[in-house]
Design a protein around this ligand. Structure first.
Ligand code: SF4
Length: 656
């Protein structure tokens, strides 16, 4: 593999690892190259290799569409923009800006997400969100509250130095395969201990020294068992606890009060296996937690498992140093960047609360207009309010008609809007309800930056042009900004927008688009520094404090006993090709439901039977597959199929 020309280099859009890719003329597939920022040996997973294959050009939207007399008709860009301007302003004048909703996309670049939230806030509303928030709500909430940031505390490169991994609620071997194989597997092959806590055995489990499959909803109790073992056996990092933590005595006293055997029984785990795993974690010089959506609680306030993991890391001195930390492995390619750019209803660019006056004033200094101070509703609540408080919506590369809540409910909501604008690359279930559809660009037609799971900002480059009259998202958002908000959207390039983002986002201050080049810059990137920050929370936490608090260990009973409900686990496999960019799902998704034979028998479900699965938010039809790979009390469904079932936090389902 030789180094390709700079203008042919881009970033894989298919997961948050952020591997570098280019188009290979010979094979017609994606390839990497040696020396890339993340996939340094040029490696790609099967999904990444197919990154250029997943879109069928025949299905592309190539002309703006406007609904007239019930039908969508092709029109000029000017006609489409005229209609959007008229309808948005009518809603703002009649109902106020909070009657609008802006649903953004973690598939879009930092600059596109920045423009999207700037447009919403310039019109006077914080009603802007993106689906990244659904995925890690409670974990990010716990990390922000105690550490001051929800960002991955360490870098992927750090993990090669780890002596013990605790992977919980995450399956990186399948879902972030290049990160797992390039950074974690070598450490394990070099004798690092790998503990996998997951109700379902999967590809990550195959490399594990210990697999613990607790009763659903009891992850926090298993982590509490780790903590109790470390306290009982003198494995506490006393220097770190004395210097960098607070509340230790009360915390230790609360741990002493609980019985090890009682916790183990409630979690239904082998006490001795857990004790041995805890010794391996507590005895390692560098121990890291790697986690994902599987530790999410019942909403943003249910932070029990994330809090228990932070206790464990504080107790063992595994924050603020290499090879350690709380490493949140995100899924979608620009989840981190969409949040960094401020596409959230409660956070401005850089993660500062909209309620913080100083943060709003800093933004106002650059924008010339102050963002509203009242946080907006979450994406799910915005969708629920369609046709009631929300009268108009701008949907950017999302497909809420099939990916949010119950399909019929969302379809009804979309129909009751006074005006729906959808910007996407193909016709979808959502464009079928739209009043205006704008044809946008796919990932390989985009220039701009994206931020991967370990906070590296890299540049994507447009490798081709959109077909027909379609335009890139950046160009469309600039034009809509000028039409709807007036001043403040006259940008010639993503580079200009990135420069503005670095002025309003303190984490990105000091970064430079040109200097990123074909490398990466990692936030926080202090102004004047030569490089970004690999390890967060050295010296002081991002709260600005030297110490982080312990919180009490959980004592609640698991909530699923006796309800007849099963806990839904979701994920994908490294060979899956299910997502392109802009939120449109194409390709393959496995529509089977893995269910433990005991649970299947209790519900009279036969192997291969087609069943309807319901949650509080929606229902799907899948084929039952009896399997002992899932723990009793849980079921597994492919993420691309399970989406209508998912709300915020842990999802419980019933088989109808
Ligand atoms: Fe693309 Fe993720 Fe695979 Fe890397 S690991 S090639 S970013 S899908």
């Amino acid at each position: 593999m030789s180094e390709p020309r700079e203008d042919t280099k881009s970033v894989c859009p298919l997961c948050a690892v952020g591997c570098s890719v280019r188009y290979d003329d010979t094979s017609g597939r994606a390839r990497g190259w040696p020396g890339a920022p993340v996939n340094a040996d040029g490696e790609l997973c099967p999904k990444g290799i197919a990154a250029f294959d997943v879109f069928d050009d025949e299905k592309r939207l190539t002309q703006p569409l406007v609904r007239r007399d019930g039908d969508l008709e092709a029109v000029s860009w000017t006609d489409a923009y005229d209609r959007i301007e008229r309808e948005f302003w009518r809603i703002v004048e009649e109902r106020g800006p909070d009657a609008l909703a802006f649903l953004g996309a973690p598939h879009c670049t930092n600059e596109e997400n920045y423009l999207f939230q700037k447009l919403a806030r310039s019109l006077g509303t914080n009603n802007v969100d993106n689906r990244a928030r659904l995925c890690h709500d409670s974990t990010v909430s716990a990390m922000e509250g105690r550490l001051g940031s929800g960002g991955m505390t360490n870098s992927l490169a750090d993990l090669a130095e780890t002596g013990a991994f605790l992977i919980i609620g995450s399956n990186p071997a399948d879902q972030q395969p290049v990160a797992f194989n390039s950074y974690m597997r070598p450490a394990v092959n070099d004798d690092a201990h790998l503990i996998h806590i997951d109700p379902r055995a999967n590809a990550t489990t195959r490399l594990a020294d210990t697999h613990i499959a607790p009763r659903p909803g009891t992850d926090e109790l298993v982590v509490a068992l780790f903590v109790k073992t470390i306290l009982d056996e003198g494995l506490v990092d006393e220097g770190f606890v004395a210097d960098r933590t607070e509340g230790f005595e009360a915390f230790a006293a609360s741990v002493r009060e609980v019985e090890f055997a009682d916790l183990a029984a409630r979690a239904d785990v082998d006490a001795e296996a857990v004790r041995a795993a805890a010794r391996a974690f507590g005895g390692a010089e560098r121990a890291a937690v790697v986690t994902g959506t599987g530790i999410e609680g019942d909403g943003p306030d249910d932070t029990a498992t994330a809090d228990a993991l932070l206790n464990l890391l504080l107790l063992t001195g595994n924050l603020g140093k290499r090879g350690a930390g709380m490493n949140l492995f995100r899924g979608l390619n620009n989840e981190q960047g969409a949040c960094d750019a401020g596409a959230l209803p409660h956070r401005l660019p850089g993660g500062r609360p909209v309620t913080e006056r100083a943060a709003r004033e800093q933004v106002a200094d650059v924008w010339g207009i102050e963002p509203p101070s009242e946080p907006g509703p979450t994406e799910l609540d915005l969708v629920r309010a369609f046709g009631r408080e929300i009268r108009g919506a701008f949907v950017l590369g999302e497909n809420p008609a099939v990916t949010k809540l119950d399909r019929q409910t969302v379809a009804r909501g979309l129909d009751t809007l006074d005006f729906l604008l959808v910007q996407d690359v193909t016709s979808t279930e959502t464009t079928a309800h739209a009043d205006v559809v704008l044809p946008a660009g796919i990932w390989s037609e985009k220039s701009g930056t994206v931020t991967n799971l370990d906070r590296q900002v890299q540049r994507m480059r447009a490798l081709e042009s959109p077909p027909g009259a379609a335009r890139g998202d950046f160009e469309i958002l600039c034009a809509l900004g000028e039409r709807l908000a007036g001043d403040g959207f006259e940008y010639d390039s993503p580079e200009e927008v990135f420069a503005e983002l670095t002025a309003v986002n303190p984490q990105y201050a000091g970064m430079n688009y040109e200097a990123i080049g074909t490398e990466s810059q990692r936030w926080p990137f202090p102004d004047g520094a030569n490089e970004g920050t690999d390890v967060l929370h050295r010296g002081e936490f991002m709260t600005g404090e030297r110490r982080a608090p312990f919180v009490p260990i959980p004592t609640a009973e698991p909530a699923d006993e006796g309800t007849g409900e099963l806990v839904l686990l979701t994920g994908s496999r490294s060979g899956d090709v299910a997502t392109t960019t802009m939120g449109s799902e194409v390709g393959t998704a496995d529509d089977t439901l893995a269910i433990h034979p005991t649970d299947a028998d209790a519900r009279g479900v036969a192997d291969g039977e087609r069943v309807v699965v319901e949650s509080a938010d929606g229902h799907i039809e899948v084929i039952a597959q009896r399997s002992r790979s899932v723990r009793q009390g849980t079921v597994f469904v492919h993420a691309g199929v399970a989406d209508p079932l998912l709300g915020a936090g842990r999802t419980r389902i019933r088989i109808a």
